[in-house]
Design a protein around this ligand. Sequence first.
Ligand code: UDP
Ligand code: MG
Length: 312
Amino acid sequence: MPQLTIVVPAYNESAVLATFHQRLGLVLDGLSLDCNVLYVDDGSRDDTWQIIEKLVAGDARTGGLKLSRNFGKEAALTAGLDHVTADAAVVIDADLQDPPELIPALVEQWQAGYDVVYATRSAREGESGFKRFTAAAFYRSMERLSDTAIPRDTGDFRLLSRRALDALGQLRERQRFMKGLFSWIGYRQTAVHYLREPRQAGTTKWNYWRLGQLAIEGITSFSTAPLRLATWVGMASAGLAFVYGFWVLVKSLLYGNAVRGYPTLILVILFLGGMQLLALGVIGEYLGRNYAESKRRPLYFIEEQRLPRDSE
Ligand code: UDP
Ligand code: MG
């Protein structure tokens, strides 16, 4: 029987964990797969780990990892996924906002041959208009700035096949924007739609400060557009400065200038200013390349291969 591991990052989730485990268990019982569950305690300060230990003791197909401190959801997910040996893994939040009942639908697409099956929410219930607006603005700017298309209204709730897991395992960059990495690896990806429920209990671990940081992380790790911006602004202002400088020069040669020393001064300032901006842009370009190199991402993944047989 194919194996499936459910990876659940949990940070201060003691209020919902037992309910979650129960609901998940019901769903897994209905699947004709060899299922197990891996909880990752992301350095919780409440008794999340004690609850996980209890779940592990009471259920042979449940396991747990306890991180040494709170590393953030992205790191917790990576830790969990690194420990998956099954044929596929599902990533799901512990707060029941991602309905476990959707897992069979994800599995169905996997069995139909997809490598990444992500769950896209059709509505964001229980979230303020402002959060919806900021989320929409974020996805829109990511789409424009980055070469990696990140599916909209899609969280981390998804299924990954074995080869998708292996590919993801090779991305060891420290600034991890998982939503981006999931799409970056490629392979056959598809969506399953669902209604996102409000959190069952406990409070969200995200505030606008953390969400803002995540957004900046997403943009800076999947595009060098902000660096490129320096080049364009530099070129544009250097160009304008040179044109203006030339005009001041011609004007003072033809008509003279009432303020003595003004034309030389303005020419020197504009020339140096323009050169500095250009030089900054050049540095930005090299920095962008250096940044891309330092991530040490693999250059490609092969989906299928038909190599020529040796003609003896
Ligand atoms: N989480 C985590 N580490 C953190 C923050 C969150 O492992 O530092 C987990 C959390 O326990 C939950 C999931 O990530 O299972 C999503 O978190 P949350 O519900 O707070 O985010 P939201 O649903 O509001 O995006
Ligand atoms: Mg949540």
